[in-house]
Design a protein around this ligand. Sequence first.
Ligand code: 2P0
Length: 324
Amino acid sequence: MHATARAHTNIALIKYWGKKDDQLKLPCNSSLSMTLDAFYTETKLTILDADQPNRFYLNGQEQSLKASQRVVNYLRVLQERFNLSGNFLIESTNHVPTSAGLASSASAFAALAASFNAAYELNVDLTELSRIARLGSGSATRSVYGGFVEWQAGDSDENSIALPLAEHPKMDLTLLAVEIETAKKSISSTKGMNLVVETSPYYATWVEQAELNIGQMKMAIAANDFSAVGHLAQQNALAMHALNLTADPGFTYFQPETIRAMQLVAELNQNGVECYFTMDAGPNVKILTQLKNVEEIIQRFKNDLPHVKIVKATFGPGIEILDK
Ligand code: 2P0
């Protein structure tokens, strides 16, 4: 029994930042993302007899027991849920270059969930697939669908699910991933979000504001309004990063060049080149713009920050089963 699935990663335009249940990965606020064409993970899952050892290959390299633990533990959780048995051969290829500064956990756990579903012939629907992807990593919930996707926070395993808002949006929207630094982040997303939930006096305000932003963003998408989408994404990212400074102890993912990139975006706008920024749990900056401005923005960044790498992306598809 085996199956291969492909899942694309996504960028949150309204961020998931904080959980109300660590096990089920139930978020405190809803989030909304854009699935990206340029970055994806392909995973072949083969179900082995229980007397064969689990093996995990990433980009052709066999991984240590320790490195395989999160993946194997996740598959065990799914087995328990569906009352299944067997061991695993997991062969994953990540097409998420470190240079993009994008997390691969969204595409990794969405591809695992989809290959598990196909290998055991469970035939769960996409809503259930988003639920089981969530058990691996919160952001994976949204990678089940293409285009613009909402992850409704809900308050239980049943109703914390992803919904496709527009699978093939007509919006002229390009993302430029600007690599500031490829080093592993100092504070993992899981740790960073837990710290703000537990210690920031502003956390309740973040949740309230993020839920408001979701409604505003859905209106902007429905109106095909690029400017409103970009502006809202930027405001929401700034709020998330401001919140981190209000934790105890306060922390930031920004590096000096993150600030420089934000200033460059402001300067570009002053010169009539419309663009916006967003950042996740790291120093890298993702710029949202329209096709006509892409070359000028790349040029401006290369002049000011000559060593940074820039990767282009636009809307990508949802889960695909490649082989069964
Ligand atoms: C997001 N991030 O919405 C937010 C914005 C980073 C910043 O989801 O603990 O790897 O596995 O659920 O999904 C990154 O966190 O965290 C993330 P877990 P995850 O994309």
